[in-house]
Design a protein. Sequence first.
Length: 58
Amino acid sequence: MSAIPASRSIRSADVVNEQIRDLWVRTGGRLNPEDRAEYESLVTEWASAIGSGVAQHA
């Protein structure tokens, strides 16, 4: 998965958190470099959603 484009609409923290959980399950908790990049991008998006108050499912 590539980095999240800046023009993408903000998803809720709940939605992004679910995607993070799915990533951990899918990888068995072992992130290769590509998975690590996806994880870091998701965590950044999640933090932005929390900071902007977008915490409910969109």
